[in-house]
Design a protein around this ligand. Structure first.
Ligand SMILES: Cc1cc2nc3c(=O)[nH]c(=O)nc-3n(C[C@H](O)[C@H](O)[C@H](O)COP(=O)(O)OP(=O)(O)OC[C@H]3O[C@@H](n4cnc5c(N)ncnc54)[C@H](O)[C@@H]3O)c2cc1C
Length: 472
């Protein structure tokens, strides 16, 4: 038997989910599972991973009976809370090649780029107005030592004939981002943005229309590793040929994944709408922006003229537990507000109207992990987006659908199916070590902003952060 950890209900819905649910009266109630049912495939988790997997299964074989069980409502997890950056894997190409070889690395990066376009096309074809804007993304330096950290990634792509990056001069960078804090950047034309919760709720609507049965407010307490597996909620159970665990950072409490996935919080704020002030600073192109810090700052504009600004990595979990600190951001949100004011000093008096947080399933090297539970070949899991799953859950859905249907194709043949690539130290060393590393990373950032050379001990400690947090 495999116990799943409880899902705490977020105290505060994100700006995005509040807006999306305003158009769906009664959606919070959901329809729970009661009694026993049978399914060909039972998916646990109603975020992008679960929904894309269900949609891909239906695309491959519409006769397959698919059930989704979601503890809260679809989109209540990271999928309804994220920054809405739809990004690809070109900046991680060298890493993909290292893990999977040249051919497969290039295939995965191409698939990740295709995912961005496919999400836009899916929305257009299915009447999902998820505010999809395909205007690229800017990877910026905010300290002199960060200028050019993208060179290796850009050069490697160019060497393979991939023309997606454009280096920006300091003047162009400041002009396009509306802030002189940005000292240089590279622009990647393939990136897009969405209103994330509208995307999640739209996927749910289309999945229902295609015959997927979705039960919300149905937390799965345990999965019997029988043949066939049985998925148990407090009020019902599903007997299924195949189970897919699409539970993001909540999977980190599973014994198989505990040392491979470190849940980290990502915190977000949003300003009040201020389109005229965005026009005044010149950030009107719809590009999303991320900086080059280890605890990354990421920011974008919204259709109604807000800035939504996030900061990753200010908290992490003990023993893979998604505690209240991943649902309530009160104690630490001032750090994200300070980062916003530092990036946009000219907007110092703009009110912040929304604050929220959510869990990220970070792996040591940012790599997806697909596998089965020990002794349960029909129970699959897919996890490890490490804070960039908005686009890549589309790819994950392809992997998991092929696995669930037992297909032999490029997705099941991929090296990403080999389970965990790298392990973190066990807790409590990981937890307490992580606190020390984060303090060093923070001090290092402050030093770089102030133009100081970081103390060598602080620098060394900061570099113990997961390799996936480091830029190329
Ligand atoms: C604040 C924040 C900002 C982010 N910004 C970006 C960004 O800009 N770009 C980007 O690419 N990525 C971003 N991410 C990451 C991205 O949101 C995720 O990678 C992506 O949403 C993962 O989708 P998912 O379906 O795997 O997970 P989720 O959306 O978290 O879905 C998992 C679901 O499983 C459910 N669940 C868990 N346990 C159980 C159980 N026992 N029974 C039933 N259901 C269960 C949860 O309730 C949840 O709804 C961000 C994440 C956060 C939190």
């Amino acid at each position: 038997m495999t116990m799943l950890q409880p899902v705490l209900r977020g105290r505060t819905r994100s700006l995005w989910l509040q807006d999306a649910l305003a158009a769906e009266p009664g959606a919070e109630a959901g329809e729970p599972l009661t009694g026993q049912t049978r399914a060909d495939v039972c998916i646990v988790g109603g975020g992008y991973t679960g929904l894309w997997t269900a949609l891909r299964i239906k695309e491959l074989d519409p006769s397959v009976d698919v059930v989704i069980l979601e503890a809260d409502i679809c989109g209540a997890g990271a999928s309804g809370r994220n920054g809405g950056f739809v990004s690809d894997w070109w900046s991680k190409l060298s890493h993909l090649i290292r893990l999977c070889g040249l051919e497969e690395g290039l295939r995965l990066a191409r698939a990740s780029e295709a995912a961005v376009g496919a999400i836009g096309a899916f929305c257009a074809e299915n009447g999902i107005d998820a505010h999809f804007v395909h205007n690229g993304t800017i990877w910026a330096a905010t300290a002199p030592s960060q200028v050019g950290v993208w060179d290796h990634a850009v050069d490697l792509c160019e060497a393979h004939g991939v023309d997606v990056f454009q280096r920006l001069t300091p003047a162009e960078t400041a002009w396009r981002t509306g802030s002189r804090i940005h000292l240089g950047a590279v622009y990647e034309r393939t990136g897009a943005t969405v209103q994330p919760a509208l995307l999640a709720r739209g996927l749910r609507r289309v999945a229902l229309a295609r015959g997927v049965r979705i039960y919300e407010q149905s937390p799965v307490s345990y999965v019997d590793r029988k043949n066939p597996p049985v998925v148990n909620t407090d009020r019902g159970r599903v007997v299924a040929d195949t189970v897919v665990l699409a539970i993001n950072a909540w999977a980190a409490a599973l014994p198989e994944l505990r040392r491979a996935v470190l849940p980290m919080a990502s915190d977000m704020i949003a300003t009040e709408p201020m389109p005229e002030r965005l026009a005044a600073i010149g950030w009107t192109g719809g590009e999303s922006i991320s900086d080059s810090n280890l605890m990354v700052d990421y920011y974008r504009t919204t259709r109604d003229g807000r800035i939504a600004f996030g900061k990753g990595g200010l908290a992490h979990s003990y023993l893979g537990r998604i505690s209240v600190g991943f649902e309530a951001v009160d104690g630490r949100i001032s750090q994200t507000e300070q980062a916003f004011r530092r990036a946009y000093p000219s907007l110092a008096n703009v009110p912040i109207t929304h604050r929220w947080t959510g869990p990220i399933d970070r792996t040591e090297n940012n790599t997806l992990i697909f596998g089965t539970l020990d002794g349960a070949p029909a129970v699959h899991s897919g996890v490890g987006y490490s804070g960039s799953g908005v686009g890549q859950t589309w790819v994950g859905g392809h992997f998991l659908a092929s696995r669930a249907l037992g297909r032999r194709d490029e997705w099941t043949a991929s090296a990403l199916n080999r389970g965990p690539w790298a392990l973190f130290p066990p807790d409590p060393a990981r937890f307490f070590g992580g606190i020390a590393v984060r303090a060093a990373v923070h001090q290092r950032e402050l030093d770089l902003y102030a133009g100081r050379t970081p103390n060598p001990a602080v620098d060394a400690l900061a570099h113990l952060a997961p390799s996936g947090m480091k830029k190329e």
